[in-house]
Design a protein around this ligand. Structure first.
Ligand SMILES: [Fe+2]
Ligand SMILES: [Fe+2]
Length: 213
């Protein structure tokens, strides 16, 4: 796929979320299965980060009246593809017939949310829209993100070990005003990319525009 169209399948709606959240509950057994699955795919640092995000999402979900279960699952899965090399990410995306844009070819790391979502579907049999969309959109966002999707995106950035500029403000906004937090998160990400001479994913710019309107 070329141009600025969002990667991945169409977004799930809030209505989908309402249907699915009732059937997802994280329990000890499921947590152990998922942790073993993840531990085999990523390094210790990435594994610990995923656990910290998982521990944070119930707090964030409670602050906004969102369901914690799908987000805990999504948190454990979201970076599962980060253990792959860039070439491996591109090869997997092609093997699974996922949409790959020009920008993904230059920066395959942009594919890691979509790949993790696909891994969750293929390897764990997860089909719940709220889980898959939160994982899919955590990398660059999407103009039609649900509240739940935004909460994973923010939790990923405010987990305690992440040292980002303006993190105190981002953390405060994440608990009080999700859309303002998203705009700040985008600003922080854009600054980070600029310093590294990397382009901003067009989908992130579409999200920024949607949030500003
Ligand atoms: Fe990630
Ligand atoms: Fe992450």
């Amino acid at each position: 796929m070329r141009g600025g169209r969002p990667a991945g399948p169409p977004p799930h709606t809030e209505a989908d979320s309402q249907v699915n959240i009732t059937i997802i509950t994280m329990n000890e057994e499921l947590r152990e299965i998922l942790q073993a699955w993840l531990a085999a795919k990523v390094d210790e640092e990435r594994f610990r980060h995923s656990l910290r995000v998982m521990e944070l999402v119930p707090e964030l979900a409670a602050a906004h009246g969102a369901a914690a279960g799908p987000l805990e699952l999504a948190a454990l899965v979201h970076d599962a593809a980060r253990g792959m090399t860039g070439a491996g990410m591109l090869a997997a995306a092609e093997e699974w017939a996922l949409p790959v844009r020009e920008i993904d070819r230059s920066y395959p790391i942009l594919l890691h949310g979509m790949l993790a979502s696909e891994m969750a579907r293929r390897e764990l049999g997860i089909s719940e829209g709220p889980v898959l969309s939160a994982v899919l959109y955590h990398t660059a966002g999407h103009p039609q993100m649900t509240l739940s999707d935004k909460l994973l995106f923010l939790a990923d950035m405010i987990e305690p070990a992440r040292k980002l500029p303006r993190s105190a403000e981002l953390r405060r906004l994440a608990f009080t005003d999700v859309d303002r937090a998203m705009l700040l998160a985008i600003d922080i990400n854009k600054e980070h990319l600029k310093v590294r001479g990397r382009p901003v994913d067009p989908v992130t710019l579409e999200l920024e525009l949607a949030l500003s309107n």
